[in-house]
Design a protein around this ligand. Structure first.
Ligand code: SDX
Length: 426
């Protein structure tokens, strides 16, 4: 492999180092390009730019590969539990049984919110979007747990533990029901389901199929290398903003419909198609008409130009869960038909548009009784360990880290005089 690339410009030749990753990915290192040539690289949505070297997650877009710290997602999804995957992503290795017990115990004893935080929920309107509440609550954690360098592991445990409580409280707020407090003898997923759906007046039996389904969904969403929200986490963290502030920013980035907000839009899209008489060819014609601004939500991906392996796993899981529950959801059948129809259409095949993680996830959340407005919150709960892992990887980089500050190419007016138009005292 060549270890350098050459750039020729205006009669001069510049030699640029080439970096190769563990899986053979290669990058031209342009970190000294400006100093040596006066040139900068331009890549507006970073589709051709590696922001960092990272050891956390590997994705091969053409082959539909996803691995967490080297472990194939199919195996992690089948055999893992969410709290162990959190530890693996954040600390780099699977914990020993003793370390896992200690980690889970810390999570258990950090699940409660400070009682004063409950008052924050009272100020929101009933129809407040839970992602707005989540972003505010995560930033507010910094007022209760000031970031100390010695407290990083405690704060990591706090956010993973309290995230499910904040999410469940946001849901209870939206339906006007009393908050349910966590129980220390329940798993992370079971504790969340109970806080979401139990009421003080009667016992609540946690359906095992739901606990397992939630564990799977959390694992599948846990990390995905330098996606929009994770890049936001690294960007904000690079200014030395604390963990809570960085997470609040990542939550806001995930909220967008092009990113984590897509799972909510997929269900809304399927419901609209169904109301419209399930005219799939007619709907896809609208999608293909650029002027319509209609997108096939849950399809397409910046990296995967083959199947998103998570979508494959979720499609099988949806079938299994619906069979176990003995229910059928017309939207699941509609989604499958929509996928088949799209994958036979040259528009989608030529653009390598396949179902992504958001295409089937919402159908499973729906079956669990989770409202559409909470879907992106569910994505947040899953992605937390990934955001934390990348933040910590940057913070503990032995070669240090600099504040993220991209350059630009100015394309505005040249110098001109700001003449006195007598407006100073208007
Ligand atoms: C997630 O980055 C990650 O890893 C994200 C994620 C994670 O785990 O963090 O995987 C989670 O965010 C999944 C993506 C969820 N979003 C959606 O499902 C929304 C619908 N999909 C898109 O908007 C789009 O596909 C993106 C945002 C996902 C990717 O956008 P890109 O890479 O910028 O692709 P593009 O917009 O340049 O599309 C290339 C072409 C364009 O057509 P042409 O200009 O070439 O004619 O494909 C078309 C697009 O118009 N296209 C779509 C489409 N997605 C792309 N056309 C119709 N429907 C779509 N969904």
């Amino acid at each position: 492999m060549s270890t350098h690339a050459k750039l020729t410009y205006e009669g001069k030749e510049y030699t640029l180092p080439v970096v190769e990753g563990t899986e053979g990915e290669r990058a031209v290192d342009v970190s000294q390009l400006r100093q040596s040539s006066g040139l900068v690289a331009l890549d507006p949505s970073f589709g051709n730019t590696a922001a960092t070297e990272s050891s956390i997650t590997f994705i091969h877009g053409e082959e539909g590969i996803l691995r967490y710290r080297g472990y194939p997602i199919e195996q992690v999804a089948e055999r893992g539990r969410f709290t162990e995957v959190c530890y693996l992503l954040i600390y780099g290795e699977r914990p020993s049984p003793e370390k896992l017990r200690e980690f889970r115990k810390r999570l258990t004893y950090h699940t409660l919110l400070h009682e004063d935080m409950k008052k924050f929920f009272e100020g929101y309107p009933a129809n407040a979007h839970p992602m707005a509440m989540l972003a505010a609550m995560f930033a507010s954690l910094a007022t209760f747990y000031p970031e100390e360098s010695t407290a990083v592991d405690d704060n990591i445990a706090r956010v993973i533990a309290k995230s499910k409580t904040i999410a469940a409280f946001a849901y209870k707020k939206s339906i006007g029901q009393p908050f349910m407090y966590p129980k220390n003898d329940l798993s992370w997923p079971a504790n969340f389901l109970r806080m979401m759906f139990a009421v003080p007046s009667e016992p609540y039996e946690i359906p095992e199929v739901f606990e397992d389904a939630l564990n799977l969904l959390l694992i599948l969403h846990a990390d995905h290398e330098q996606n929009c929200s994770t890049s936001t986490m690294r960007m904000v963290g690079s200014s030395e903003a604390n963990l809570f502030a960085s997470l609040s920013a990542a939550i806001c980035a995930l909220w967008g419909p092009r990113h984590g907000g897509a799972n909510q839009r997929v269900i809304e899209m399927l419901e609209a198609i169904q109301e419209d008489g399930a005219d799939l060819p007619g709907f896809l014609d609208k999608v293909k008409d650029k002027k319509s601004d209609v997108r096939l939500m849950g399809f397409g991906h910046r990296v995967y130009k083959n199947f998103d392996p998570r979508a494959r796993i979720l499609k099988r899981a949806a079938d299994r869960i619906f069979n176990e529950l003995g229910i059928s959801d017309p939207l699941l059948e509609l989604a499958k038909r929509l996928e088949e129809t799209a994958l036979e259409d040259p528009y989608f095949v030529e653009r390598k548009l396949y179902p992504n993680v958001d295409f089937y996830s919402g159908l499973i959340y729906r079956a669990m009784g989770i409202p559409t407005s909470m879907f992106t919150v569910m994505f947040t709960l899953g992605r937390l360990p990934g955001w934390i892992a990348h933040w910590l990887e940057m913070k503990t980089d032995p070669s240090g880290y600099r504040i993220h500050r991209p350059r630009q190419i100015y394309a505005g007016p040249r110098e001109r005089e700001f003449d006195d138009r007598g407006t100073r005292h208007m």
